[in-house]
Ligand binder design. Structure first.
Ligand SMILES: *Cc1c(COP(=O)(O)O)cnc(C)c1O
Length: 528
């Protein structure tokens, strides 16, 4: 590494501390210069690595990499940061998966913006913890401003509030916790008023969550964690475009009522993970109103539209939600982790409040000291909000939204490309930036769907092993499909066309080797 050589030549004013000299490694006023050098070296290494990454991945296998990691003796520290960075390069950076690369097309991982990386560097060094005012001061106020900003973009109204979380999974869990406890409170109140008090334990088994069959699995997990069981989640069928069918939702709401079940929440998805489809929010909100049901909108993926100068209308209806999940680390180009859950009525957050004498006594709530732990299911919590803050202060929301617009446009162009490509079948026209498709053999080729399934699986694996590109896979109607998630504005249509050629080549080769006997073609004796 050229820059490592440079730092080695750079005469250090202080000798590099030995491993045993723990104090020399503490970050404080005395070591500020060492901190600056050490972090600058690390940044230099990452910058150099990213600058010369020609592929999103090297295709390294766990079997190849595991011995390198397990071979490192953790009882023998290197002492010297340069040596540790060199080692890190060989066990991690060299073979990492690089989301910034235009041919990384797999999961909902975005390339990140530099203002957010600047925020990350600041927040980890200052290391505020946002559970209480007395551990964060201005950090708490910055987080609150960003919650208000997001709630305003959604249109949740004056009483809205929320909290930053570790990700969409946690945001969804917290939303379901609030919805569950709101439902229980309501049922308890009604039962008491009717002179027949009921225990919470008797209510829980009757609670149900309605969500589309392609919503995120974290809803099921939340139900399990909340003591309701996976079965409490009732999947609502979707239309051809993978959007929740409101007729079916109405049907389920009525059925639950008839059967004495309590729908504690309807979860609509604004940007499904596989298809990027947005459930019909206005119609769903209407049904929730009519049934007095909590509406949660999972906009983990679609939230980027909140900043879009041209596509905000795709989220129309989201302003009627009781709670909303947003993942800034998906469509706001923020590093992991950065997410939030927002609520229409700040009072509902009290279901997550617990006053601990040593941390956030009721006394401080009465004195209006802002302790964010009162609203969170975490205690010690990162100042992730700082990344979004610097992003908005340096770039502005329009610039972020325009980046997201670009990937949505690219997906539409890519759909047109796929739709006319005889080598592929494409499932739905995307509303956001995912494409789900399947390689199909030429009409005179083999057509056993199981074989075609295996060819699609193989194409994805072979591509990843080559490192030329990384794509995802999913199952649609029982069949293996390939999937692009486009989140990088630097991905061009020719990148996409190139990857489609590579995939078709891998799939075609697989079919040629594993073809059924009745078709002519090369056969291998141990084809399996
Ligand atoms: C990614 C995703 C989640 C989970 O978010 P994490 O940040 O990965 O925990 C939830 N819902 C949807 C629709 C998602 O796409």
């Amino acid at each position: 590494m050229s820059f490592l050589a440079q730092t080695a030549e750079d005469p250090s004013p202080e000798p590099i501390p030995g491993a045993a000299d723990g104090r020399a490694h503490l970050f404080n006023g005395r070591t500020a210069e060492r901190y600056r050098r050490s972090v600058t070296d690390g940044v230099g290494l990452v910058a150099a690595t990213v600058a010369r990454a020609e592929r999103p991945f090297t295709g390294v296998t766990p079997a190849e990499l595991a011995p390198e990691i397990s071979g490192i003796d953790l009882e023998r520290p290197l002492g010297d940061p340069d040596a540790a960075l060199k080692e890190l390069e060989s066990v991690y950076l060299k073979d990492a998966v690089y989301f910034h690369h235009p041919r990384y097309l797999a999961h909902l991982n975005c390339p990140v913006v530099i203002p957010a990386l600047l925020g990350e560097a600041v927040l980890s060094a200052v290391n505020s913890s946002l559970d209480t005012w007395d551990q964060s001061a201005g950090g708490t106020l910055i987080e609150r401003r960003l919650i208000d900003w997001t709630a305003e973009r959604i249109g949740l109204g004056e009483a809205a509030d929320g909290i930053f979380t570790s990700g969409g999974t946690q945001s969804n869990l917290q939303a379901m916790l609030l919805a569950r406890d709101e439902a229980c409170t309501l049922v308890e109140k009604e039962a008491t008023a009717a002179g027949e008090p009921i225990a919470k334990s008797a209510i829980l088994p009757r609670l149900r969550i309605l969500t589309s069959q392609v919503s995120h699995f974290s809803i099921q997990k939340a139900a399990a964690i909340l003591g309701l069981g996976y079965e409490a989640v009732i999947p609502v069928p979707c239309d051809q475009d993978r959007r929740m069918r409101t007729v079916s939702l109405a049907h389920e709401l009525n059925r639950c009522r008839r059967e004495g079940l309590i729908v504690m929440a309807v979860v609509a998805t604004a940007g499904t993970t596989d298809f990027g489809s947005i459930d019909p929010l206005p119609e769903i909100a209407e049904l929730c109103d009519r049934h007095g049901t909590w509406l949660h909108v999972d906009a983990a993926y679609g939230c980027g539209l909140l900043a879009s100068p041209t596509r905000r209308h795709l989220l129309d209806g989201i302003e009627r939600a009781d709670s909303v999940t947003v993942d800034y680390h998906k469509s706001f180009f923020q590093p992991v982790s950065s997410s939030a859950v927002l609520v229409r009525d700040r009072a509902t957050l009290s279901h997550a409040t617990y006053h601990a004498d040593y941390l956030n006594p009721e006394r401080s709530a009465r004195k209006l000291i802002p302790n964010q732990v009162d609203k969170s299911i975490q205690t010690t919590r990162r100042f992730d909000a700082l990344k979004l803050w610097l992003t908005l202060r340096i770039m502005g929301a329009d610039a972020v939204g325009t980046l997201f617009d670009e990937v949505v446009e690219r997906a539409a162009e890519a759909w047109a490309l796929l739709d006319t490509d005889p080598r592929y079948e494409v499932v739905t026209e995307p509303q956001l930036s995912t494409l789900v498709f399947r390689y199909v053999p030429p009409s005179d080729g083999p057509c056993d769907p199981d074989l075609v399934d295996r060819a699609n699986l193989h194409a994805r694996e072979a591509l990843a092993a080559s490192g030329a590109a990384v794509v995802a896979g999913t199952v649609v109607d029982g069949r293996h499909h390939l999937k692009f998630t486009l989140l990088n504005p630097e991905t061009s249509l020719s990148d996409i066309a190139y990857v489609l050629d590579l995939l078709a080549e891998h799939a075609g080769q697989y079919l040629a080797l594993h073809i059924e006997p009745e078709f002519s073609g090369p056969r291998h004796s141990r084809a399996s």
